[in-house]
Design a protein around this ligand. Structure first.
Ligand SMILES: *[C@@H]1O[C@H](CO)[C@@H](O)[C@H](O)[C@H]1NC(C)=O
Ligand SMILES: *[C@@H]1O[C@H](CO)[C@@H](O)[C@H](O)[C@H]1NC(C)=O
Ligand SMILES: *[C@@H]1O[C@H](CO)[C@@H](O)[C@H](O)[C@H]1NC(C)=O
Ligand SMILES: *[C@@H]1O[C@H](CO)[C@@H](O)[C@H](O)[C@H]1NC(C)=O
Length: 955
């Protein structure tokens, strides 16, 4: 996603021209393959409607493919059925003519992992992705080798991306749903303007749509707002989508919630009424920039917390969206030179799954939402009937106390089954007060009911949204008349129609239904529950009063099981998909495609999988060892055939609860382990100087001569002598680049002017021979007050000049990444390097440049890839790589810093044995105890991978 300014659109004009455009009965079916269709309601995969419930995950931001299944397990366990992923052209196509899908660049490994997890994939391969990554995902060679404007129909740009998209097609065609794979859509580029990009889009689309390509999934787009881009006309895609960041991306006031955007539904009905409503990026956090004023990801997690998810996500459901992707669900790490200058190393994003892969309260709320969607196939085909403010004749709000307008309701109805979904939130979506009301609805009997009938009200906490259901089906033969309690699970377990309801314990809840079968247990009237069977014909109303905590069976029979839990208790529950054993179905692990079988498990931190073999249920999952060392209690609702249980292979004894309920309990033991954490401040460090370039005897004869006088980078030099000193022109685009300017001194040289471009928050230090002159600093305070280039005069001390000899100005430049490409200019062709050089008198005889060994064309580290290293001497020597022999280095405490009191570059190396206990997943991070403020920079290599950049005065 990218930063966009507020888009003001003519709501009023639309309101006037808008009449309810329900496409009831009017088919807009589009068929891509027998396995993939859509109409105006939803995607239809293998003849089944789905709500595409998806989270964004960039595998390149977790460059360890063996950890991808962990993220996918966690996404699946929250009830999601899809992921959205960017492919990064800059990593896959690092040099002209080179396509590299090895290691973390692999798509096939991701496709297989996703298929095994049971998740669909929307692939977003660009070529341009934005994504807060350097050059917006374009290869750095492109930014200097392509003469024409990028993201246009220019022939040289076309020649640059065509082999990449062909390679993407080659990697993907066998993994489309029509071939038994997970891929269901491919996005064209990202966030573009149609007027500018239409013909360019048409070229990319022609490549995919060429019958030879074998691609048969819909092509999509992600409009950066309600801009009607690529719906009709040149470059139009098959399925339009729009991104939405309602809380904004600039944290000006974290305590304020933005208002709900009311235009989504109307916009969709106007813009693309024949397609289902899709948001390829809906806000799930925000990126964060360099600078002492940066927000920090914990604050972003707070602004987009579980309450935000409740109100804003259910609002997208209320707009009748049927494909939603949350950006980011797992953000990860912008390691190496992945970031563009506007973000630092962590791309945690304040997401529901943290950078360290841990689960948050945001994750729990997503799980509750995801389980409802997974449980509600009737929700996939709804018509938008109206809202409180659009003369909804049904669903009138009946206040039961203050405020007088307690709620806002949107009514969605499935006309095939009659199911009604009443999405309620507070009328003032930002209100923190409680509100209470009843809802005047029509149910299957044709009768108007003002629900709840027995409980005093439907209650909403501050910043809470809910779905009230009417005529809602569960299992094979049961239907609720209405429920003001929320639904966690509705389905079939052991052939029994099973309904698992929940709600806040400080609120009242009510469900009305025809209880059927021979009861084995029925809730008794007491202080918490009331059963009313003579208010409505052949319907029982079960009321849950406030104050109940825990899990309780409301009713169990040989036909139905109805459970209720308070919100804290239900939050510990999981419903893993149980695939048929030995199935040859490639979609065996996909909920509702390969299987509808599950068990409900409460207690553990995470349940990843469940398998039933004979009478044994084997669960795999995680416990939270930091607070559950006394053991974790487990609650199980499973088929009666299950007599024994294992947890990660260890036997857990199961006990029945009273009253013949299906609920059983167990206890998983946990042994306390001690996790040794190395104290790096006290570790034995070896040190070596990494700036021999300023020594008199340094030989730069094998460096590249910087003598170009033309460039494709469309930003002119400011001053100099015609030589162009842009690093990318010589193959050195990212991380540290060193420059050496030679001149013969006459003795009258007093100063040198240098204009240095490194991107927001960059820095560069300058030496005359071995004499340090000064450091020049860019700036960024969370993407404000950005200085990406400086122009300064450096005084030359007379006593450092070697009169009559060769003198050298050495510049060590720390590049912060390449700018993202704006649609209308070529920002991605950033002129990183020296844009001006001038001695007060005389000229430079020669300029030399050195970045990472081999530059982008011949870099040796094919495993970590083109963005890992820079050009520091130690990096060129491989000092950052594991196994490098440092025995001849001196010992030096890291807290002692560099030996020189002025400036320099040094390498500190230490080794340690983590020896983590087996089967523990231990999140680890570097913690800096030093206060921010000192203007030095640090690259942190872990086993050769550049996993973090610290700018000690900027973050
Ligand atoms: C695109 O075309 C469809 C079909 O004619 C129309 O309903 C829709 O309003 C158009 N959308 C835009 C943004 O022009
Ligand atoms: C809603 O109903 C009111 C009162 O009947 C009427 O004045 C108004 O025009 C209606 N609005 C719409 C959008 O139909
Ligand atoms: C519910 O709506 C119906 C139809 O508009 C109306 O007759 C009835 O009075 C309403 N009930 C309440 C309690 O508002
Ligand atoms: C309930 O039990 C009775 C007696 O065993 C049996 O005849 C009847 O079919 C059962 N009803 C259901 C719905 O299972």
């Amino acid at each position: 996603m990218k930063l966009i300014s507020l888009i003001i659109f003519p709501v009023c004009a639309w309101m006037l021209s808008f009449t309810l455009q329900r496409t009831l009965g009017q088919s807009t079916l589009k068929t891509f393959s027998p396995d993939l269709q859509f109409d105006n309601y939803s995607l239809i995969l293998k003849d089944q409607r789905i709500f595409l419930h998806s989270g964004e995950f960039h595998t390149f931001r977790l460059p360890v493919p063996s950890l991808w299944p962990d993220i996918l397990d966690k996404i699946k366990a929250a009830g999601f059925n899809a992921i959205s992923v960017y492919a990064h052209m800059g990593l896959i196509n690092p040099s002209p003519g080179v396509m590299d899908f090895d290691g973390y660049r692999s798509l096939s490994a991701l496709y297989e992992a996703a298929r095994l997890a049971g998740l669909w994939i929307v692939l977003r391969p660009g070529p341009y992705i934005n994504g807060e990554t350097t050059a917006g995902g374009l290869p750095h060679w492109v930014t200097s080798q392509i003469r024409s404007e990028l993201r246009t129909t220019a022939a040289d740009w076309n020649a640059a991306w065509t082999p990449y998209i062909q390679a993407i097609i080659g990697q993907t065609k066998q993994s489309q749903i029509s071939n038994g794979g997970p891929v269901i859509a491919i996005q064209i580029d990202n966030e573009y303007d149609q007027e500018e990009g239409g013909p360019y889009f048409a070229e990319i689309e022609a490549l995919y749509r060429d019958p030879q390509s074998g691609i048969d999934v819909p092509l999509t787009h992600n409009d950066p707002g309600m801009l009607n881009a690529f719906i009709n006309g040149t470059g139009a895609v098959d399925l339009y989508g729009m991104d939405a960041y309602p809380q904004g991306l600039v944290a000006s006031n974290l305590s304020i919630w933005n208002p709900i955007e009311m235009g989504y539904h109307t916009y969709h009905e106007e813009a693309n009424p024949s397609q289902p409503w899709y948001s390829p990026e809906f806000q799930s956090g925000a990126f964060d920039g360099w600078g002492p004023d940066a927000t920090g990801y914990e604050d972003w997690r707070a602004v987009t917390d579980a309450d935000f998810e409740s109100v804003f996500y259910l609002h997208t459901w209320a707009s009748n969206a049927k494909l939603v992707n949350y950006y980011m669900l797992y953000g990860g790490t912008s390691w190496g030179a992945l970031p563009y200058p506007g973000v630092y190393t962590s791309y945690d994003y304040g997401a529901a799954i943290t950078e360290a892969r841990t689960l948050t309260k945001k994750y729990t709320e997503l799980k509750l939402q995801g389980m409802f969607l997974r449980s509600s196939p009737e929700f996939c085909k709804t018509d938008w009937i109206g809202t409180t403010s659009s003369n909804l004749t049904e669903g009138a709000i009946v206040p039961t106390g203050p405020p007088s307008s307690p709620a806002f309701v949107t009514f969605l109805k499935n006309f095939d089954t009659g199911a009604g979904f009443w999405i309620v939130r507070q009328n003032d979506s930002t209100s923190l007060a409680l509100s209470s009301f009843k809802l005047n609805v029509t149910t299957s009997g044709g009768e108007r009911l003002t629900i709840p009938l027995i409980a005093s009200s439907i209650d909403l906490d501050g910043r809470e949204s809910k779905v009230v259901t009417t005529d809602y089906a569960f299992g094979s033969k049961s239907r609720i008349l209405y429920s003001t309690a929320s639904i966690f699970f509705a389905g079939s377990i052991d052939g029994i129609d099973t309904l698992f309801l929940y709600g806040d314990s400080n609120q009242e809840h009510e469900v009305a239904l025809d209880l059927s079968g021979n009861a084995t247990s029925t809730i008794k009237n007491d202080t918490h529950f009331q059963l009313s069977s003579n208010v409505l014909p052949s319907t029982t109303i079960i009321t849950v009063k406030s104050g109940f905590q825990g899990l309780i069976p409301l009713y169990e029979s040989n036909i139905q099981s109805i459970f209720f839990a308070d919100k804290d208790t239900v939050s510990t529950f999981w419903a893993p998909t149980i695939a048929p054993t030995n199935s040859s179905d490639p979609f065996a692990n996909y909920w509702s495609f390969g299987t509808n079988e599950t068990v409900l498990v409460g207690g553990p931190y995470l349940v990843r999988s469940a398998v039933i073999t004979g009478t044994e249920l084997a669960l795999r999952g995680d416990l939270n060892a930091s607070n559950e060392l006394q053991g974790t209690s487990l609650t199980l609702i499973a088929p009666t055939i299950v007599h024994s249980l294992t947890w990660n292979g260890e036997r857990v004894s199961l006990e029945s609860t009273e009253n013949g309920s299906r609920i059983r309990t167990g206890r998983i033991s946990n042994t306390k382990v001690s996790i040794p954490v190395p104290d790096l401040a006290k570790a034995a460090w070896k040190f070596n100087d990494s700036l021999p370039e300023v020594q008199a005897d340094f030989d730069d004869s094998d460096w590249v001569v910087a003598n170009h006088t033309t460039t494709n980078i469309p930003f002119p030099m400011y001053y100099g002598d015609g030589r162009i000193l842009y690093g990318c022109d010589y193959g050195f685009c990212e991380n540290v680049v060193l420059w050496r300017g030679h001149f013969n001194a006459t003795g009258s040289e007093k100063s040198v002017n240098l204009s240095i471009n490194g991107g927001a928050a960059f820095a560069a230090s300058v030496w005359l021979n071995d004499k340090f002159l000064n450091t020049t600093f860019g700036n960024s305070t969370n993407n404000a007050n950005v200085i990406e280039e400086t122009d300064e005069k450096f005084d030359l001390p007379t006593n450092a000049l070697l009169v009559g000899q060769d003198n050298v100005i050495t510049i060590v430049q720390d590049n912060m990444g390449i700018n993202e490409a704006k649609p209308v200019n070529d920002d991605a062709k950033s002129p990183r390097g020296i844009r001006g050089f001038q001695l007060n008198t005389g000229n430079f005889t020669e300029w030399k440049v050195q970045g990472k060994v081999g530059g982008y064309a011949n870099y040796p580290d094919k495993v970590r890839g083109v963005l890992n290293e820079g050009g520091l001497f130690g990096e060129r020597q491989g000092w950052h790589l594991p196994g490098f022999n440092t025995s001849s280095w001196i010992s030096r405490n890291i807290s002692a810093g560099l030996p020189s009191s002025e400036a320099g570059v040094g390498f500190f190396v230490t080794t340690f044995d983590l020896s983590m206990p087996k089967s523990y997943d231990v999140p680890m991070s570097f913690t800096f105890l030093e206060p921010m403020g000192q203007p030095y920079r640090m690259y942190i290599f872990v086993n050769g991978w550049m996993m973090g950049k610290r700018v000690a005065n900027l973050g």
